[in-house]
Design a protein around this ligand. Structure first.
Ligand SMILES: [Mg+2]
Length: 169
């Protein structure tokens, strides 16, 4: 169980991820969580450094798509703003990841997911066979159930670190 909760890479934020590293390990498609990964929770604001990283990813030839558990209207707003398509479904369920792979046109081994939550982004991504990257949440503001899960996440991260399983990028 612990291994399914373990991200392949753990970084502070999106722009700490080296696109060249993803290329080197055969990644062709990237799935992005929205809230607290790309934007602040519930906000449409995206920092210039994040925007630049997303543009660089597109310019480098990666297929990209958004996958979020938030409301459809919000997902579509961000999708239009970034000019990045979105997949449907609820993480961590596998249908959501199948939808993302269909949008990207990549296989699980060629695909990375980047998100800030262990029990949705990382667990679902690992089960679907994707390369999972955990980022620190952009802000501390979040949905009430998410806040409750953060305590559990801290325990899991400590455990993973103790077992030497965390690959801190
Ligand atoms: Mg999130």
């Amino acid at each position: 169980m612990l291994s399914k909760l373990c991200p392949k890479l753990y970084v502070d934020s999106l722009h700490d991820i080296q696109l060249s590293h993803l290329k080197d390990i055969g990644i062709k498609g990237i799935v992005f969580d929205i809230d607290n990964t790309v934007t602040m929770w519930g906000s449409n604001e995206i920092s210039p450094i994040t925007l630049k990283w997303l543009e660089d990813a597109k310019a480098s030839g990666f297929s990209v798509c958004l996958l979020s558990n938030n409301r459809r209207t919000r997902i579509e707003d961000i999708s239009r703003m970034l000019d990045i398509p979105s997949a449907k479904g609820f993480k961590p369920f596998s249908a959501a990841f199948r939808s993302a792979l269909a949008v990207l046109g990549t296989s699980p081994e060629e695909t990375a997911i980047i998100g800030d939550q262990i029990f949705t982004d990382i667990l679902g991504g690992n089960r679907a066979g994707l390369y999972t990257i955990l980022v620190q949440p952009v802000s501390t503001k979040e949905f009430v159930t998410t806040r409750l899960l953060r305590g559990l996440e801290r325990i899991v991260l400590k455990r993973l670190a103790c077992h030497g399983l965390l690959n801190r990028g």
